[in-house]
Design a protein around this ligand. Structure first.
Ligand code: ATP
Ligand code: FE
Length: 337
């Protein structure tokens, strides 16, 4: 089974070839245009996707040594994401499938972040979680604890009521005058900071819900207050602030994850989404896993942020289990799990 996966939900254009569940290529073109704006500008994103999509697909096929005629199906991200961005990958997929007379398989981006744990590599085989497992999905647009019962049956146990964890990192970074995306910058800065110099409380939410919007307001007030008495307050303390904010976010995430694992009696615990690239989160989850006797699954960096290999592997399982009808459907900016 040969699958071409296509991802264009936000600001990364990506194409990948998956052959029998094994990644043969996974090409990602990022978009630098957004850096100057401190966030993704949707109209610029869709234009950049248009520019990147054909070269990216070409490169993915070349690297894999696969011809278009060999494809079994084309998987694409139908949602959730930015409408203009999704339309580029979707329309491209539709056109290609009509020309080749190959079936299309729609993929939900959030499921794909989770199923990235099943991508196999040629060099070394990867350990995969066993169903049912729990996945903490933390990305730029989502923060969810998901009970994964099967490749297709997933139940969201709880999620954020406002900002996503990645969004919280990015917004705090913006307040501190750091470049976009702020998550990786805060991660680096935090390594040099004292996480207990400033404390940032995170709202206590019921069950498995999260709320991160209060955090940025709290940071804003602390920065304003500090700058009143010392104009260099932010410059002097940015590592400590980064470390404090990071600690608060991770504490909120892992508290709920541990609670969910206990309630459901689950020992296979996975991490997914862009924020799973965070070094402190990876270490803290590993430690928590040792304490609780969990099998923890932390994705390699290439599978944390947006990539088409995760779209390809999701389409691959749909193909295997004949869970698709081959028809193209226009994108959905909001799409339920
Ligand atoms: P979604 O998947 O919800 O649609 P998205 O696709 O935009 O959103 P991803 O690409 O999965 O999100 O993740 C991007 C987010 O991950 C950004 O908010 C970014 O700041 C964050 N991020 C990336 N690396 C790190 C890191 N090392 N530490 C913290 N956050 C990080
Ligand atoms: Fe994503």
């Amino acid at each position: 089974v040969v699958i071409l996966g296509i991802e264009s939900s936000c600001d990364d254009t990506s194409a990948a070839v998956i052959v029998d569940g094994v990644e043969m290529s996974n090409v990602v073109a990022g978009q630098k245009v957004h850096e100057a704006y401190g966030g993704v500008v949707p109209e610029l994103a869709s234009r950049a996707h248009q520019k990147h999509i054909i070269p990216v697909v070409d490169q993915a096929l070349n690297q894999a040594g696969v011809e278009l005629s060999q494809l079994s199906a084309i998987g694409y991200t139908r949602g959730p994401g930015l409408m203009g961005s999704l339309l580029v990958g979707g329309s491209f997929t539709n056109g290609l499938s009509l020309a080749l007379k190959k079936p299309v398989i729609e993929v939900n981006h959030m499921r794909a972040h989770i199923l990235a744990h099943f991508i196999q590599n040629l060099e070394k085989s990867r350990q995969t979680p066993e169903f049912p497992f729990l996945c903490l999905t933390v990305s730029g647009g989502h923060t969810q604890i998901v009970l994964v019962k099967d490749y297709f049956e997933m139940e969201v146990l709880g999620e954020t009521k406002d900002d996503a964890a990645g969004e919280a990192f990015d917004k705090v970074a913006k307040l501190m005058g750091l470049p976009y995306p702020g998550g990786p910058v805060i991660d680096q800065l935090a390594k040099e900071g004292d996480p207990d110099k400033f404390r940032f409380p995170v709202a206590d939410m019921p069950d498995f819900e999260f709320s991160f919007s209060g955090l940025k307001t709290n940071v804003l007030y602390k920065l304003q207050k500090g700058s009143q008495s010392d104009p260099d307050f932010v410059a002097k303390n940015k590592a400590h602030i980064a470390a404090g904010v990071q600690k608060a976010i991770i504490k909120a995430l892992l508290q709920k994850l541990e609670r969910a694992a206990k309630k459901h009696g689950i020992k296979d615990i996975a991490l997914a989404g862009g924020v799973s690239a965070n070094s402190e989160l990876r270490e803290s989850l590993t430690e928590l896993g040792k304490k609780n006797n969990w099998n923890t699954f932390i994705p390699p960096f290439a599978y944390c942020t947006d990539n088409a290999a995760m779209i390809g592997i999701t389409a691959y399982y749909s193909f295997l289990e004949k869970n698709y009808d081959g028809q193209y459907r226009p994108p959905k900016a909001r799409m339920k799990m």
